[in-house]
Design a binder for this molecule. Structure first.
Ligand code: FAD
Ligand code: DLZ
Ligand code: SF4
Length: 518
């Protein structure tokens, strides 16, 4: 008799709760490459290669640590294609009398795990994922009875709970949040730090060939794959970030530059989300840099806020709102995304740059996701569920629990403001202020009307006018509505006609097969 311990593709941590709960002497760790997970959305090819390679390397790490591992490959002729099918076969193979598993990261897989006890007639112990600071129960206790779930207050709780950047019961530096100092535009500079590059080893080369062969129709490119796929290489990347980029992280957190996909960001989210790096340990290391005077407080506080604030908060919202969250569509948006979200082939430079980089590397940083692709999708009235599926598909760090609230909630206002106090929309002026994209764009960011006018400009005002009934009561939008109301009726009509003409043209660019997906 054995205890079966299924370890999923985003559970690649040696300290996983399920592993801690069993005796390695009578346990079999089951790792499964399955077609269902590779195809429930058309994951970017880089994402598939990353996960499969990281899983194969993790199996080796588990064996080296003394675990007995049963590893099922995607190209195994007996592979049933699903977690449940493979667990069923493994129970027979190993004569298992119980299953111990760490809870899944998303509703879809969680429902599968919940069904196993009845299906297999065995005890199934589903353990909490202790890689997060805040349990589901703690988040619910914090949220219950509150009219607004403001991230900033949740974040303060997490600071108090962890003790990060605390001096007794006070925040280090006398303030909780230094975000106002973190909005500087950047200039192209040869000294911008470069993340490490990891040449594919034999295991990665094998999975790249497998992905090219089986998932040729998935978006993205694999050429130049250089992500870490082991915990030790991910750790080298983290060390490089702390040494070279963290000090400037805060200042340039919102900046965007042509050809610069990293700037001073960490590019660690794929490793954190799949389990190769421990997020809380990273926060302690960031704090140590501050305490030793090697990184300023605005950078360190900003970094820690992203992890114990935003990341934990997104997870809390995802589980609290339930599986129905994905269908929320407060603004009643139904436009399909233009086909060039899958090619980058548009003459709007900010979008071609962000999408092109995304297809090449499966990564874009936060402001590119929020204020370029997300902003545009929201302004044109794209279906939030389709937008969500696009983000889930194309980003290396995308797992539904973190991607969905970021996309549908924060970026598309699909939940009507549960997560963000106003929609993240802007005209071209914001993009121009925070990037150098506009200087080489075919459009003129200063113009609203005419063939050369930046499309974001008319779309922005049209968005506000179109949604006046739902949004004008929002006090954070009072100023833009006042500005709009001061314009002459003639100007308003010209702006709305410009937006309508743009949207008509855009609809011709939608790929019909995408219009009704999901
Ligand atoms: P850094 O800028 O170096 O930030 C440090 C860390 O903070 C990140 O590694 C990440 O773990 C965490 N973090 C920062 N912002 C957020 C956030 N809003 N939510 C959760 N964690 C955050 N992040 C994902 O991990 N997966 C996603 O699928 C995802 N989808 C997004 C979709 C949209 C529309 C938007 C606007 C943001 C999304 N984010 C997502 C958040 C953010 O863009 C990425 O975490 C970040 O770009 C990762 O790059 P980095 O590691 O260099 O981050
Ligand atoms: C994303 C993904 C992919 C593409 N493939 C696999 C896989 O073959 N096997 C696996 O265990 N996990 C994979 N994953 C990650 C899972 O989708 C992820 O662990 C679940 O979404 C957790 O709920
Ligand atoms: Fe984007 Fe407009 Fe700037 Fe062009 S001008 S890069 S479309 S914001």
């Amino acid at each position: 008799m054995t205890t079966l311990v299924p370890v999923l593709g985003d559970q690649l941590s040696l300290g996983l709760s399920s592993l801690r709960a069993v005796d390695p002497g009578d346990a079999v760790v089951l790792m499964m490459e399955v077609a269902d997970e590779a195809t429930y959305v058309r994951h970017h090819k880089t994402k598939l290669a990353y996960i499969l390679s990281a899983m194969r390397h993790h199996a080796q790490a588990l064996e080296a640590a003394g675990w007995r591992v049963d590893y099922l490959r995607l190209d195994d002729p007996e592979n049933s294609g699903s977690f449940t099918g493979e667990v069923a076969r493994a129970i027979q193979r190993h004569d298992s009398d119980r299953i111990v598993v760490t809870e899944a990261g998303e509703w879809r897989v969680s429902a599968m795990l919940d069904g196993w006890e009845t299906l297999f007639g065995l005890p199934v112990e589903i353990l909490a994922d202790t890689r997060f600071v805040c349990s589901h129960q703690k988040f619910d206790a914090w949220a219950s009875g509150k009219r607004e779930l403001t991230m900033e207050f949740f974040y303060r709780e997490m600071r108090r709970k962890t003790g990060l950047l605390m001096e007794d019961d006070k925040p280090a530096g006398g303030r909780w949040n230094f975000d106002k100092e973190n909005r500087k535009p950047a200039k192209a500079d040869l000294l911008t730090p470069r993340p490490l590059r990891f040449a594919p080893d034999a295991i990665t080369r094998d999975v790249i060939a497998l992905v090219e062969d089986r998932f040729a129709d998935h978006p993205g490119e694999l050429e130049g794959f250089d992500y870490a796929v082991t915990a030790s290489d991910a750790e080298r990347q983290a060390a490089s970030f702390f040494a070279n980029a963290l000090p400037q992280f805060g200042d340039y957190e919102d900046a965007m530059l042509t050809g610069e996909r990293f700037l001073w960001h960490s590019i660690l989210s794929p490793y954190i989300n799949s389990g190769l790096l421990d997020p809380i340990e990273l926060c302690w290391r960031a704090e140590a840099k501050y305490r030793k005077g090697r990184a300023p407080l605005n950078s360190v506080e900003g970094y820690i806020r992203q992890i114990i604030g935003w990341r934990e908060y997104m997870r809390g919202i995802y589980w609290r709102e339930g599986p129905g969250y994905v269908d929320r569509n407060f603004l009643n948006h139904h436009r399909a995304l233009p086909h060039w979200y899958w090619t980058g082939d548009t003459d709007m430079h900010c979008l071609s740059e962000t999408i092109g980089q995304t297809l090449a590397t499966a990564h874009a940083h936060h402001i590119q996701r929020l204020m370029v692709t997300g902003n545009f999708a929201l302004l044109i009235g794209a279906d939030p569920k389709q937008v969500h599926l696009w983000y889930l598909e194309v980003y290396l760090d995308a797992y539904e629990w973190v991607e969905l609230p970021n996309t549908l909630g924060m970026s598309q206002f699909g939940d009507g403001g549960l997560l963000g106090s106003k929609p993240y929309v802007s005209s071209g002026a914001y993009i121009n202020r925070m990037s150098d994209y506009c200087s080489t764009c075919r459009y003129n960011v200063k113009e609203r009307i005419g063939d050369d006018a930046c499309p974001f400009n008319a779309l922005y005002w049209d968005f506000l006018a179109r949604h006046r009934e739902k949004l004008s009561g929002n006090h954070r939008l009072a100023m833009p509505y006042r500005t709009w109301d001061r314009q002459s009726e003639e100007d308003q009509q010209a702006t709305r006609a410009q937006a309508a003409a743009f949207l008509r043209q855009l609809d011709k660019e939608c790929r019909p097969s995408y219009a009704n997906r999901g």
